[in-house]
Ligand binder design. Structure first.
Ligand SMILES: Nc1ncnc2c1ncn2[C@@H]1O[C@H](COP(=O)(O)OP(=O)(O)OP(=O)(O)O)[C@@H](O)[C@H]1O
Length: 367
């Protein structure tokens, strides 16, 4: 196994949900383009962080990757096997290798099952463990791995704290011995003090077991610490992908720059001097995305040519992939943000502005 062996390969993946209307007969009147042409690779043993505003298609992409939501078109390969062409019975067999962790463990754990039953269920469904003793051994090892005591086995989900419940959710995924875990907002329902513990646990499990992660989060701080590579989604597509350190110190896509500004700077002096760009307007509907570059309606750097007509492909710029026609000119300062779509304000002047995102004017000014 080479260091950079690709475990997951996604090519031109689309998930379009039909919008239906009608009294007697449903008629398809349009489609929500939740995921609309995504390409990405996840190397084995690494973490890919996926960020973007609510509704941009992160969860749908995660579910489509595991074939929990059937893709409309495109390809998802896992360990060189095309999952999109796999018959359902074979896919069920593959599922133990790819597991999901959810945001709210309380709603994803059956309150009537104790922990032992929750963990045994998966083992039985996948025919893992020849005997009861063997299954008990696997379960005990899994409990140790996630830092839960043995007495947890006879308890029910409501008897645990939020952090412990997320450990149960992780144990449920882990007990099957997966290679890939898709973690959809794994810590966003938890207290800040507990978030770091769960992130550290995920990190430790990756080190010990060689797991590969897709971590979906709206919180850029969470993704930064856990990810090797981060992909930024906007309206169903990736607008930028870069090694984690690179993305945070030198975001190239205007949307990434906007998102980054929401990350507060711990140093109050830097925070006070930090300039922000407020993007006007709401996120357009994925049922009716703008033509050309989907971000052009809110982009402070939108140009009269290309942006409204030509959809930019993700292209390599240094160590990043960026979907912006003007990324180089924006990075060099040749193009300046204009004030029609964006307003540059200092935090002291900033009022409440619905549907607006703030951004620093200089890349790296928030780190
Ligand atoms: N089963 C479905 N049927 C129809 N539309 C859906 C379905 N699931 C998601 N959508 C729509 O697809 C778009 C993307 O949703 P998705 O949940 O993937 O976004 P997200 O980035 O994960 O947002 P959030 O963080 O709020 O979950 C949204 O407009 C959502 O309303």
């Amino acid at each position: 196994m080479t260091d950079n062996e690709t475990l997951v390969e996604v090519r031109d993946l689309k998930v379009h949900f039909p919008i239906t209307r009608g009294v007697l007969f449903d008629r398809v009147v349009g489609h929500v383009k939740a995921v609309d042409g995504v390409d990405l690779d996840i190397p084995r043993g690494r973490t890919y962080g996926l960020v973007g505003e609510s509704g941009c298609g992160k969860s749908t992409l995660g579910r489509a990757l595991l074939q929990l939501t059937p893709p409309t078109s495109g390809k998802v390969s896992f360990d060189g096997i095309d999952l999109t062409r796999m018959p359902p019975a074979k896919l069920r067999g593959m599922r133990r290798r790819m597991q999901m962790i959810f945001q709210d463990p309380m709603s994803s754990l059956d309150p009537r099952q104790n922990v032992e039953s929750i963990l045994t269920e998966g083992l039985q469904a996948h025919g893992i463990g020849d005997s009861r003793d063997e299954r008990r051994r696997i379960i005990s090892e899994t409990l140790d791995a996630v830092g839960l005591p043995r007495w947890a086995l006879s308890r029910y989900p409501h008897e645990f704290s939020g952090g412990q419940r997320q450990r149960i959710g992780i144990a449920r995924a882990l007990v099957l011995g997966p290679e890939l875990i898709v973690a959809d907002e794994p810590v966003s329902a938890l207290d800040v003090s507990i978030q770091a513990q769960v992130v550290n646990l995920l990190d430790e499990l990756q080190d010990n077991l060689g797991l590969t992660y897709l971590v979906i989060a709206h919180d850029l701080a969470v993704v930064r610490h856990i990810s090797d590579v981060v992909g930024v989604m906007y309206l169903g597509a990736l607008v930028e992908e870069a090694p984690s350190d690179r993305l945070y110190t030198e975001p190239l896509h205007p949307y990434t720059r906007a998102l980054m500004s929401a990350v507060p700077v711990p140093d109050p002096e830097v925070e006070d001097r930090r300039e922000r760009i407020l993007l006007a307007g709401d996120l357009p509907s994925p049922a009716n995305p703008p033509s050309g570059c989907r971000f052009h309606t809110r982009c402070p750097w939108a140009q009269p040519t290309r942006c409204a007509e030509e959809r930019p492909a993700l292209r390599q710029i240094g160590r990043s992939r960026v979907a912006c026609h003007w990324a180089e000119q924006i990075a060099s300062g040749e193009l300046r943000p204009h004030s029609v779509d964006a307003e540059i304000v200092r935090p002291a002047d900033e009022g409440e502005a619905p549907g607006m995102v703030s951004a620093p004017t200089e890349p790296g000014s928030y780190v």
